[in-house]
Write a protein that binds this ligand. Sequence first.
Ligand code: SAH
Length: 275
Amino acid sequence: MNSQAPKRRFPLALDKVGTRAPAPASARDLLMPQRHLREAAADAARQVAPSGLGLDSAGVRLRMVQRLQREGLRDERVLQALADVPRHEFVDTALAIQAYEDTSLPIGHGQTISKPSVVGRMIELLMAAAAARDGNLGRVLEIGTGCGYQAAVLARLARHVTSIERLKPLHDKARHHLTAQRLNHVRLIYGDGRLGHKPGGPYECIIAAAGGEDLPPAWLEQLAPGGRLVAPMLDPSGRGQVLVVVDHVVEAGASRIVRTLHEPVLFVPLKSGVM
Ligand code: SAH
């Protein structure tokens, strides 16, 4: 993205909602009950909770997204999708207050919800390839549904999402969360994601939220021509995990797989079988 790019919708949307605290009311205003009603109506119109802290408020999510934008997340539609998904509804009530920090949080069964910046970065890499098509992620395969948060973000940018989880309690938890979000183009599968899900493929995008030593062959087989895969994987040098991007390139009728390594990451392990 260069500096000559046309002005985009996202920063305008931020301005429109606004996150500033209301101006202090005078003592006379505070004595008039209708003053409170007016304030509440104005707050509702701005979608900012009166305290500025309500987790249901769009303002809280926008502040998180503005931070991610300052830290380098650029794709306007990814930012908007992150601004639209109520992350606090995907974590336990006791952790909800931390839901808009850029941290991973426990979701039970030894697993974690990924950091918003990592979710954003991985989806941004998928969007970069989608730009060469129609800008839509198309059919997406996600490995590691967890609590369903990333699936909800993907669903805002894709035609269809198939998401696989190997732990039954998390699969059930994600179903509960995604039903509440009324996302009916997300299909949740309980199974071993290392095998992918052939009936739903081939996929324009494959994204993994757990990392193994190498990429399972089924993922590459189920990646559509022109498609892109983004996953954590053991660094070939053996030192920790890195993000790997695989493109299924088709040129002059011939197709080939192009693999590039990106920054170090830290994901839970990709395991086999179901539990
Ligand atoms: N995308 C999730 C992140 C969950 S953490 C979210 O937004 O919450 C990664 C998940 O991958 C864990 O729930 C773990 O159980 C799952 N996982 C690990 N290996 C797997 C496999 N082989 N198949 C499917 N899921 C797997």
